[in-house]
Design a protein around this ligand. Sequence first.
Ligand code: ADP
Length: 272
Amino acid sequence: AIVPGMQEESGKAVTGGILITFTDITELKRLEQVRKDFVANVSHELKTPLTAINGFSETLLGGMISSEDIGLFSKIINRNARQMQGIIDDLLLLASLEDDHAALTMKRCTLEELVKETCEDTSYRANSRSVILTTTVHDENGRGVMVNPSLLVQALVNLVINAITYSEPGSEVRIKAEGDQDTVTFSVMDQGSGIPEKHLTRIFERFYRVDKARSRNQGGTGLGLSIVKHVVSMHGGQVSVQSVENLGSTFTITIPREQKFMQSFKDKSELI
Ligand code: ADP
């Protein structure tokens, strides 16, 4: 492309010409569509519980209902309000991850302490669903790992809560942490419903669920794995899943032991 008056390398001025620029708008269009879909999804996800809250609270205000129904309706209102709260909390967390604020608080942690905290934060859920949580930690040189502890534990908690949620009572959820020379690996293994193969590549997308009704009934927001993916990327790591329908799933997080800076998202579109 030549711009009128542009200096050539030789120093000679070019006096005429036409500037033609080609911009590939396919990617821009895709991102615009992703943004539109996201806004539509958020609205829909918030509207569903809000409609229930409006409907049941209006019935309560109208009076003329049995005391039994008052209890039931209050419970429904409370459950839906908590669902909205969960979505908003997860969205705010995702937004803060994208702003890279979390980069401020990296700390060396042992694998034991990260696994212990994850268990403490999920044992209530395991108990309430009669799922047995077991842990194995093996870090030969005990050097630990540089992480943002609260974010990494949040990612592990999300995996463990899912493992419990999509398992039957009485089954086992195993958390394993291992360290080798340069990397550490956390895996969360369940004996639950598994995930059909055709969904495996999509479950890390925001609001993507295999079974919408089951997820919502259990208080799921559809954002848990998206948060896991963001947190792991920030630590320069990877998350993967292996699953067999009706046999169970294993989610594996691998992160480098050392990192001077949190990874910032050079290409945010990768994480959408
Ligand atoms: P949700 O809040 O719905 O659990 P997530 O982003 O955490 O959202 O997970 C997305 C979907 O992936 C879930 O709705 C579920 O269908 C599937 N999923 C995630 N973890 C598991 C698991 N351990 N076993 C079976 N299905 C799972």
